[in-house]
Design a protein around this ligand. Structure first.
Ligand SMILES: N[C@@H](CCC(=O)N[C@@H](CS)C(=O)NCC(=O)O)C(=O)O
Length: 286
């Protein structure tokens, strides 16, 4: 009884915590090639770069505004690795722009690959297009008025949407912002996040009817989300994984050498999330 009450109180924590999507981490085969593509085609800014020769990798951070307030991409280049398998589970990143046609023309003019021409989404009215970056990561380009966060979605495919919605609500304190079923195209999607989907970044979870398994490849790594308390957050995740699946992959604590406190875990489909101490993260940026 006492344990149930303690758990119930603990499960309130993610909703009270100050959470925000910080960055998506993934691997690319040539850092300069991707930086050129994202800056010239998408209009992202290169925010910072770091080389870690003792671990044989480099990172570049790009986005539409400073990391203190924006969601960004953290590209990883591993020395000597020039290609990766993206797998079938990773869907896309999305960029909102006021003119999809113009952005797609820029991508084409720069020699980029356009995998779906601009036009209304099948089964809906929003104008979208799909382009591929030099490593083959898909970017959905979405027509939208001015927005504070153009880097607006990370789409991942999941095998049981209701289980995933419950997981992200309970373990991460996200809200289900929108759910759309498109039976004529045999999929349902759920937008999960912390604030208005048109103002911030959201996680778009897609369920394709009857598909419960996907491959993960080795290209996409994880999203990072801020928290005020990695220890309490990990306790919550621990409780939720016992009910819904998934597991803690890194116990909470400081990263040796950097001292930023983090914890990481896998959701029931094996998608990884890292929770990062908010204050430590801001210190890292200084
Ligand atoms: N089978 C699709 C389902 C998700 C889906 O179709 N999403 C929409 C965007 S919300 C899309 O890609 N539509 C393609 C189109 O309109 O051409 C997948 O797994 O990617």
């Amino acid at each position: 009884m006492a344990e149930a009450a303690a758990n119930a109180e603990l499960l309130e924590w993610p909703k009270k915590d100050k959470r925000r999507f910080l960055h998506a981490v993934y691997r690319v085969g040539d850092l300069d090639r991707t930086i050129k593509f994202y800056t010239e085609c998408f209009g992202m800014k290169l925010l910072r770069k770091r080389d870690v020769p003792e671990e044989k990798y480099s990172n570049a951070f790009l986005g539409f505004g400073p990391e203190e307030s924006h969601f960004v991409v953290e590209l990883t280049y591993n020395y000597g690795e020039d290609s990766y398998d993206i797998g079938t589970g990773f869907g896309h990143f999305a960029i909102a722009t006021e003119d999809v046609y113009k952005l797609v023309e820029t991508v084409r003019a720069k020699g980029g690959s356009v995998s779906r021409e601009p036009g209304p989404v099948k089964g809906g009215t929003s104008v979208i297009a799909f382009v591929k970056d030099p490593d083959g990561y898909a970017f959905e380009i979405i027509q939208r008025g001015q927005t504070p966060e153009p880097l607006c979605q990370v789409m991942l495919r999941v095998g049981d949407l209701d289980r995933s919605i419950k997981f992200y609500e309970k373990a991460l304190g996200m809200r289900l912002l929108r759910k759309i079923d498109r039976p004529e195209h045999k999929y349902t999607l759920a937008m999960m996040g912390y604030a208005d989907e048109y103002e911030t970044t959201v996680l778009e979870l897609t369920y394709n009817y009857g598909v419960t398994e996907y491959t993960k490849g080795n290209a996409y790594a994880q999203v990072a989300i801020s928290t005020d308390d990695v220890y309490k957050s990990a306790e919550v995740v621990n409780v939720v994984t016992q009910e819904l699946g998934g597991k803690i992959s890194r116990q909470p604590g400081p990263i040796p050498g950097i001292n930023t406190k983090i914890t990481s875990f896998l959701d029931p489909d094996g998608w990884k999330t890292v929770l990062v101490d908010h204050e430590d993260f801001l210190k890292e940026l200084q």
